[in-house]
Design a protein around this ligand. Structure first.
Ligand code: MN
Length: 511
């Protein structure tokens, strides 16, 4: 067990800090379930002190997750620790995660305190947390830019007060692999009591080195890696956990670490789910989870692959769950088969959601003869997104073509029960639809990005539309799928606008 690497996933906390990645409560729960299936050891559920919405989301994730530790981030002040504990205390296995800056840049410029004061704040914070729980993680923010001997002093103090995990983060993505590995080895050798604690790292990818730094840390004695699936997160993002998992799996000969508690076949699905729900699209050439990660295009490679896949393939696509999406359901499939298949995919819908998802399934099956897993994922996730329904699309009708002026008529149902209708012309059908919707909804916004992808192959495939809008200095992402591209476009904008209304009504603070 000494060789077992612990994975600490922070998609719901650091990942959600990615611009536009704001998640609704049902989405957070769905992600937590996916992470549980993947087998991560710790799920960080949020930052409860930042808003009532975050507090409630953390409580809900804690109630849902069994068999994994659930963490929540806290500032170092007493009232912040009290509040965080209040949010996680009912979890089966809570982990209170306290963060305090330690670098001189942060202490002087940001907190205005001395190193001695920081050391004392660390002691007080852990001591206070210890009254509630023995499961405490202490993170030294900006540790990679902190004088290493001071980091050792802080960690020794945190452990002496009862912290069970000490985390050495490269908060700003500045570290280089050899230095970072050496620093971890130094901490192992110089912190009194470190053998009783779990040494963790948390890297950012500002220089594209988060995975390399995390692996260097493991080679030098770190026992826990923090990160997110797809590497989503603040700025350039966090360590992509799937990359670390597959490096340790594929090169077990080199690292000699145990990661057998992770079900690698869940990686592709979890990646798709997180991409959809956060709106952070995975680049095609991304390691492990990119669309091209297992595509061989050169003739030479293809010829080699036909003789023996191992010629150019170090991992098999099936290992990460990249198997072909199979034809599973069609028009004649009944509700029972549909529900059974969703359960196999790992979705847990209540009766109401199931009824509504089944109706949509029938609508799609009428237009598309084969329904693949990816179609079902899009459909179910739309069901979760639908939960915020300040506005719902009732009807969209467009005329367009090369000798007509693109004109759209759109009807929306508002939460208040009223029905809104508007018509507009535009440079194209989507422009016309968006002008009509914006006139009705009256939330000033700017369309930053609009993309369409097909959910599966084939001419009858569903269109998956993703929009990014800016409203009041914040980014919001909307997403929707339909076999009709104009309908998907309208639904995606309505989804983004619903998120604006939702965020404003919850008064969500951004941390
Ligand atoms: Mn971070």
């Amino acid at each position: 067990m000494a060789n077992r690497v612990r994975f600490f996933d922070t998609t719901l906390r650091d990942g959600e800090q990615a611009p536009g990645a704001t998640l609704t409560l049902p989405e957070k729960i769905e992600i937590a379930r996916a992470l549980s299936r993947l087998g991560v050891d710790v799920i960080e559920s949020g930052f409860p002190q930042t808003s009532q919405g975050d507090f409630e989301a953390v409580r809900a994730v804690c109630a849902e997750v069994k068999g994994r530790q659930v963490a929540a981030l806290s500032g170092y002040k007493r009232e912040q620790i009290d509040r965080t504990w209040e949010a996680i205390k009912d979890a089966e296995a809570p982990l209170l995660h306290i963060v305090l800056s330690t670098s001189d840049i942060h202490l002087q410029g940001y907190l205005g305190i001395s190193r001695e004061q920081a050391l004392e704040l660390c002691r007080e914070a852990v001591r206070h947390a210890r009254r509630y729980t023995p499961y405490i993680e202490f993170s030294a923010m900006d540790a990679a830019r902190t004088d290493l001997d001071f980091v050792c002093q802080v960690f020794a103090a945190a452990i002496a007060e009862g912290a069970t995990v000490v985390n050495y983060p490269d908060t700003v993505g500045y570290a280089q692999p050899r230095d970072f590995g050496n620093a971890v080895a130094y901490i192992r050798d110089h912190v009194p009591g470190i053998e009783q604690a779990i040494l963790s790292v948390h890297c950012h990818d500002d220089l594209g080195l988060a995975t390399a730094n995390s692996l260097a840390a493991i080679e030098n004695g770190a026992m826990q890696v923090e990160g997110t699936v797809n590497g989503v997160g603040e700025r350039a993002g966090n360590t992509a956990l799937e990359e670390v998992i597959m490096a340790l799996t594929t090169r077990k000969d080199y690292f000699q670490k145990d990661v057998s508690h992770i079900d690698t076949t869940q990686i592709a699905r979890t990646s798709r789910l997180i991409s959809r729900l956060t709106g952070c699209v995975v680049q095609p050439n991304k390691a492990v989870v990119g669309a091209n990660a297992f595509a061989h295009s050169s003739g030479l490679h293809q010829a080699g692959m036909m003789r023996n896949p191992l010629t150019f393939e170090i991992m098999q696509p099936e290992m990460v769950g990249w198997g072909d999406s199979q034809i599973i359901l069609g028009k004649t499939s009944g509700r029972h088969a549909f529900a059974e298949h969703l359960r196999k995919l790992g979705y847990h819908l209540n009766e109401g959601q199931l009824a509504s998802a089944f109706q949509r399934f029938k609508e799609i099956a009428d237009k598309k003869k084969e329904i693949l897993d990816a179609d079902l994922e899009a459909l179910v996730e739309a069901e979760y997104r639908q939960r915020i329904q300040h506005y719902t699309l009732d009807q969209v009708q467009v005329t367009c073509g090369d000798h007509s002026i693109p004109t759209a008529t759109v009807r929306l149902n508002a939460e208040s029960g009223s029905q809104l209708q508007e018509a507009a012309t535009g440079t194209g059908p989507v422009d016309a639809i968006y002008k009509a919707i914006n006139r009705m909804v009256n939330i000033p916004n700017r369309l930053e990005e609009y993309t369409v992808q097909s959910v599966t192959e084939g001419l009858d495939a569903q269109a998956d539309v993703r929009v990014r809008i800016e409203a009041g200095d914040q980014i919001y992402v909307g997403r929707a799928a339909s076999t009709d591209i104009t309908v998907a476009s309208a639904l995606a904008l309505v989804d983004a606008l619903n998120r604006v209304v939702d965020a404003r009504s919850r008064g969500r603070a951004v941390a």
